[in-house]
Design a protein around this ligand. Structure first.
Ligand code: PGA
Length: 263
């Protein structure tokens, strides 16, 4: 795992957006996995800025979102579909036909999850997957105990996730109890992964998933099994890491090391 520690949330957002933009410039028809939550809002703002100021072209990009609440229609203001439209899609030139967000109000979730996996496969697979991390260590809605082999499916939300996400709803009883989510296995098949995290409230879980043992109790630890995973975090989220000096040295010498080994 490559660990990039930035000073502030704004720096985390800029660095992560630059990484995403670089991949889109390299491959115009990139298949991009996207996340929701407070964390990526700044990253999406930066991507919109790069689109406006430098003409970053999303017209051939295909996107797949990680998850959606079961029961919420795409136009529901608390749906992730709505979130994505408001925070990214309506500000860039992505083709709506190439946008996939799980449909929370599908009649047949089981069949739908198989279809979603099939669309990812038909698109050629995810090139770059953007992730946040939940307070319980989840990636997407892969709650504690999710199999590392899991695929897109319906998952019951963990109590902490319901409490964490209650801030977006009028009352905690309104938070859906289930979500459609890509599985850990689905995520691990992405060619590259970037996980972003900020704030003191993520410090413990970041130390656990970066430096702790691999366990399905903290599904973000699955990233330790991936060869192209990058974590971009601000100083607060990094404050409980024990090997900060090493990560910073590697970050600052990356280019000279690459040169030395001829990459
Ligand atoms: P957050 O959520 O960005 O709102 O903290 C992250 C997550 O639950 O994956």
């Amino acid at each position: 795992m490559e660990i990039i520690i930035t000073k502030t949330y704004e720096d985390m957002s800029r660095v992560s957006a630059e990484i995403i933009a670089r991949e889109i410039k390299r491959k115009h028809n990139l298949v991009l996995g996207l996340a929701t939550g407070d964390t990526p809002i700044g990253t999406y703002k930066e991507l919109v800025k790069i689109h406006r100021n430098e003409g970053l072209d999303f017209s051939k990009v295909t996107s797949f979102n990680l998850d959606e609440y079961v029961g919420l229609a795409p136009l529901h203001p608390n749906s992730y579909n709505f979130f994505m439209r408001e925070n990214l899609f309506r500000h860039i030139n992505i083709n709506p036909e190439n946008v996939y967000v799980p449909q929370g109000n599908t009649d047949d979730p089981e069949e739908y999850c198989l279809w979603y996996e099939e669309q990812i496969r038909k698109s050629g697979g995810i090139d770059l997957q953007v992730l946040g991390i939940g307070g319980d260590g989840h990636i997407a809605f892969n709650e504690p105990g999710s199999s590392f082999a899991s695929r897109t499916r319906v998952k019951a939300l963990y109590r902490q996730t319901i409490e964490d996400n209650a801030r977006f709803f009028a009352k905690i009883e309104d938070v859906p109890r289930f979500a459609i989510t890509m599985g850990v296995g689905t995520i691990l098949e992405a060619r590259k992964i970037i996980l972003i995290a900020n704030g003191r409230k993520k410090a413990d879980v970041c130390a656990e998933f970066i430096e702790g043992p691999v366990t399905s109790q903290i599904t973000a630890t699955a990233l330790q099994l991936h060869t192209e995973a990058t974590v971009v975090l601000d100083e607060e989220a990094a404050s409980k890491l024990s090997r900060t000096e090493y990560y910073n040295w590697v970050r600052d010498h990356k280019h000279s090391v690459q040169k030395m080994i001829g990459r």
